[in-house]
Ligand binder design. Structure first.
Ligand code: MN
Length: 242
């Protein structure tokens, strides 16, 4: 079967073993038949360096690698939770790292892929934090600290961030429509696939009487979210925890 799969925002964490189990079933099942699997960020709740001692994560990397040896290419775009993935992660998972904002040719269509957080331009506070954390000097200084210290910082940051999101409301933390349109025109694509906002949907809209489509992948909390594309088109579906 000719099929390409897209997922994001699994937020894998040892506190949610049911989601990890669903992902492992997916890797050993449907994904084996696919041409390629694209993971568009936030695979992990947090990834704060390749020296992560979590055994669950080692199992996940191994399961992804098994999929790649069975013939499905796996591509990874980093999210805001796992942008610190490094060479060890790539070697152990067999994933090929793509830049945030990568255009692929999918069955003759140009498609732009990204995590999606950069489109949330109304959230100025978040964008400032993002700029700080994407600075190579900040990253080097962060990664030089012992694992336990890094974990402490991330857990405190996560707490602040969920409080801030709750206070900001729906519109600020969603994508900015003008940013979406500007980006799609800039990259010359009619199709965009992203995650991050946890608002799964297929948005169709017109610019200069031409149709544009934005697919938003959902998170993996109550269920799995999957976009399946074939030469005939794309379909957004859910996978039950079962
Ligand atoms: Mn995200």
């Amino acid at each position: 079967m000719t099929e390409t799969l897209f997922i994001s925002d699994l937020h894998l964490d040892k506190e949610r073993p049911d989601i990890q189990a669903l992902f492992h079933r997916f890797l050993a099942g449907r994904a084996v038949q696919a041409d390629a699997l694209y993971i568009l960020g936030d695979l992990f709740e947090y990834w704060i360096g390749d020296d992560d001692p979590a055994r669950e994560h080692a199992q996940t990397l191994k399961a992804i690698k098994t999929l790649t040896t069975e013939g499905t290419s796996v591509y990874f775009v980093a999210g805001n939770r796992d942008f610190l993935v490094g060479q060890v992660f790539l070697e152990q998972s067999g994933c090929q790292l793509l830049d945030d904002y990568t255009v692929i040719d999918l069955y003759g269509r140009r498609i732009l892929l990204m995590h999606g957080d950069t489109l949330c331009t109304d959230d100025v506070e978040y964008q400032q934090l993002r700029a700080m954390m994407r600075n190579p000097e900040w990253q080097a200084q962060f990664l030089a600290q012992p694992y336990a210290d890094r974990l402490q910082q991330v857990l405190s940051l996560r707490k602040k961030s969920s409080e801030a999101i709750a206070a900001k409301g729906e519109i600020i933390t969603d994508v900015n429509d003008q940013a979406v349109r500007d980006t799609m025109l800039e990259y010359g694509v009619h199709t965009l696939i992203h995650g991050h906002t946890h608002r799964p949907a297929v948005h169709k809209f017109l610019i200069n009487e031409q149709e544009y489509t934005r697919y938003v992948l959902g998170d993996w909390y109550e269920q799995g979210s999957l976009l399946s594309c074939t030469p005939e088109g794309c379909e957004l579906t859910v996978m039950d925890l079962g």
